[in-house]
Design a protein around this ligand. Sequence first.
Ligand code: DOR
Ligand code: ZN
Length: 376
Amino acid sequence: MIKTLYLPCYVLKFNSAKIEGHYLSKSKGTKMELTLTQPDDWHLHLRDGSLLDAVLPHSASHFGRAIVMPNLRPPVTTTSAAVAYRESITRALPASSNFTPLMTLYLTDSTKPDEIKLARQSGAVFAVKLYPAGATTNSQDGVTDLLGKCLPVLEEMVKQDIPLLVHGEVTDAAVDIFDREKVFIETVLQPLIHKLPQLKIVMEHITTSDAVRFVESSKEGFIAATVTPQHLLLNRNSIFQGGLQPHNYCLPVLKRETHRQAIVAAVTSGSKKFFLGTDSAPHEKRRKECPCGCAGIYNAPVALSLYAKVFEEAGALDKLEAFTSFNGPDFYGLPRNKSKITLKKNPWVVPESFSFAFGEIIPMFAGKTLEWQLLL
Ligand code: DOR
Ligand code: ZN
C-alpha cells in the first residue's frame, strides 16, 4: 500500500506508514514520490525549424512555462519578431500541451526605448536578454558597451518593469575564461546597479561563488539568478575526464569544485533569489563533436531529475519546490502554476541519444542511471 508523507511544500509517498514532519530517508523496498507545483524553466533555448520540433516536446512535458532565449539567426531583436517566434513555438506544440512560451528580446547597441514600450504593450515579451558581443552562441549582434550604448533602453525597462537577463561574462580575450564572470560582476554589473538601482536583473546560469555573493548581497526583488543542473552537478574536471568531453562544454564554462559547492549551498539554503533555469541548449551531435564544437548542454529531458538529485543529496528536498516553482514566478510578478507534477524514486537510464531526420542530439548524463523519474 502506498502512503503519503505531507511536508510544508511537497508530498512524499512511501509504501510504509504515513508520517508527518520532515523528510525521512528511504528504507528498503520503498518507492518515494515527490509531488510539486508544476515547475517553470526561466532560461531555455528552443531554437527554430526542425530543431525546435525535436526539442520542444521535452520542455513542454516537464515545464508549465519557459523564458525563451532570443539568440536565433537572425536574433529576435523586435517585439514583432518575438510574437512571430511565439507563434511558431505554439504551432509546434503537441496538441494536448498547456506549455506557455514567455518571449524575450535580444538587446543590441541600437535597440530603441520605443521597442521596450512595444514589448510591454504586446503582453508576449517578459524580459530583455543581454549578450555581450562575442560571449557565446549567436552573440555577434550583442552589446559592445552596455552603459555607453544602452542607457536610454535600460531606463525605459525600469519604467516598463521589464527585467534584464544577463549573460554575465566579459569578452576581453585577455581575461582568463575562468575569471570572466567575476570580472563582469566588477566591471559591468556593479556600475549598472549603482546607476540604475531600480532595474530588475537576473544573472543567468551563475557559475561562481563570486556570483552567489553578488546576488546574496543585492536587494531582494531586484537581483536574482538562475541556476542550471550542470553548474550544480559538474565541475571543470568533467570537461576533460578521460579525454575531451564536448557534451560537457557550455558557456559560462564549468568552474572548479569550490564554486559548484557554493552554488549548491545557495540554492538549497531556501533563498528566494535563486530559481530554476536549465539553459538547455541543444546542438546537433556533429556540431558538438568536431574541431570547433558549439557550447551548450542539452538537459531538458533530465533537468527535473537532476535538480531533485542535487536537493536530495544536500538533504534539502523540502526546499526544492520553491526553487523549481515559486521563486521564479514571484520574481517575475507572475502567478504560480496551479497544476502539479510527480517525481518518483524509480531508477531509469537516460537515452544515449535522441535521433531525428536531421541528426542526433546527445542529452546531459547520456546512458547514466538517474533515481528520480517524472511520471508523465
Ligand atoms: O552553452 C551555452 N549555449 N551558453 C550560452 O550562453 C548559449 C547557449 C546556446 O545558445 O547554445
Ligand atoms: Zn542560455
